[in-house]
Design a protein around this ligand. Structure first.
Ligand code: AMP
Ligand code: GLY
Length: 413
């Protein structure tokens, strides 16, 4: 089958890379793609995705980023009889509007932080009285990770209200481990992916501002079967039943002492979570996606390697603030044991140069989490560009957790 991947980042490189390995897939197109994606797919630029699809007639299209989904690409493709994986515009509002998403969760009884909606700055200031600190303030629409402020005291909250566009969601701060729980749904059934964890802050030890994600790992040990079933029963299945959801539903969860609670829904795959997930996927990805697009997804259709995988993001100096582009990248050809997914790169006179905040996602599998981390970092040290920065502690939280579990098992507590 001929497939088309929409998007141009590390997530889309991993999607295209995995499709290229699928026995059922004969051709991978990507639009607009990037220099890494062009190693596994034919990259096509276009003003309009529907025009492009009508020209190349893919058997299946899969969408990476949220913006085209919120803009209704799935509705437009379906209206022309083109198979596509993703939610309708109406369902994409679960990510596109935090106000809608919170009200919807409340209506369905899906566990999420207690909240108030404020339509004006004054209403937001009034609503603060009902919350303890820290308090979380979120602007309604898509904000590329910049629409959430955690305020530690009333002065910070007042400043946050002045800086965020209304309506605002004001919600209680939850404590616990964050987890990315992603499912693929076909309108009636949802099949869970292996669990993964992102690292959103720019610096080691979760310090500094939020980013799109500085690295991620996927390991089955992150979640017990009982915890997974609870998330499916209390969160995913109610949403899929109520919406007829199609595509990827990504629940950003806080694993609180009272159980999993939804921080946010995304209606697409995570970036960089997709990179380690695609390294662990063993099923024919093209067949899985086609079944999802046709509404005939089998519950046993997703097979995973037991080996964990880790992705370390190499970013430009200054990211997530202002950064420079056009820095030549060295060492890409020297990497053997890891897979380097391109996020923000471009080609200049036959040379690969930086072209984004997140530049590369160096991803490796290993016999255990520690081995996958070591292999990914060994490959990172072979790559260089001016100003390259990356976190040195991707996956360490997972290792610490397993060590704690081990010591409580051996000490009998
Ligand atoms: P969101 O875009 O809603 O996922 O928020 C971005 C980040 O802010 C999350 O990944 C969390 O780290 C943090 N966050 C959001 N909501 C809460 C909350 N209610 N309690 C604690 N942290 C939160
Ligand atoms: N890795 C976080 C996201 O894709 O939203």
């Amino acid at each position: 089958m001929k497939t088309l991947v929409i998007g141009s980042g590390g997530r889309e490189h991993a999607l295209a890379w995995r499709l290229r390995k699928s026995p059922s897939v004969t051709k991978v197109y990507a639009s607009p793609g990037n220099p890494g994606i062009s190693q596994v797919a034919e990259c096509l630029s276009t003003g309009d995705y529907l025009d492009l699809a009508e020209r190349i007639r893919p058997d299946l299209t899969v969408v990476g980023p949220e913006a085209p989904l919120v803009a209704g690409i799935v509705d437009r493709f379906r209206a022309r009889g083109l198979a596509i994986v993703g939610p309708t515009a109406a369902n994409a509002a679960l990510e596109g509007s935090k106000v809608h998403s919170k009200r919807f969760m409340q209506k369905l009884g899906v566990p999420t932080a207690r909240f108030e909606i404020a339509e004006s700055p004054q209403a937001a200031l009034d609503a603060l009285r009902a919350f303890r600190y820290p308090v979380v303030l979120k602007t309604d629409g898509l904000a590329a990770g910049k629409g959430v402020i955690i305020a530690g005291n009333p002065a910070e909250a007042t400043a946050a209200i002045a800086s965020l566009a209304c309506p605002l969601v004001i919600e209680e701060f939850l404590e616990g481990e964050e987890l990315s729980f992603i499912v693929l749904a076909d309108g009636t059934r949802a099949v869970p992916f292996e669990p993964s964890q992102d690292h959103k802050r720019v610096f080691d030890g979760d310090q500094g501002p939020n980013t799109g994600g500085m690295g991620a790992y996927s390991d089955s040990l992150l979640l017990s079967a009982a915890e997974r079933d609870r998330i499916m029963d209390t969160i995913v299945n109610p949403v899929v039943r109520a919406t007829g959801f199609t595509g990827f539903l990504y629940a950003g969860l806080m694993m609180t002492p009272d159980g999993p609670s939804v921080l946010e829904f995304n209606v697409r795959l995570g970036d960089p979570e997709t990179q380690p997930l695609m390294m662990r996927l063993e099923s024919d990805w093209g067949e899985v996606l086609l079944a999802a697009a046709r509404g005939s997804l089998g519950t046993d259709q997703l097979q995973w390697s037991g080996e964990p995988a880790t992705c370390v993001v190499l970013a430009s100096a200054g990211y997530p603030g202002a950064y420079e582009s056009g820095k030549p990248i060295r060492g890409l050809d020297a990497v053997r044991s890891a897979t380097v997914f391109h996020a923000g790169t471009s080609e200049r006179n036959g040379e690969t140069v930086t072209a984004g905040g997140r530049v590369l996602g160096v991803t490796a599998r290993g016999a255990d989490l520690a081995a996958s981390i070591a292999t990914a970092y060994a490959a990172c040290s072979a790559i260089s560009f001016e100003g390259m920065q990356y976190r040195k502690d991707i996956g360490q939280k997972g290792l610490r957790r397993y060590n704690k579990d081990q010591s409580s098992i051996t000490s009998g507590t």
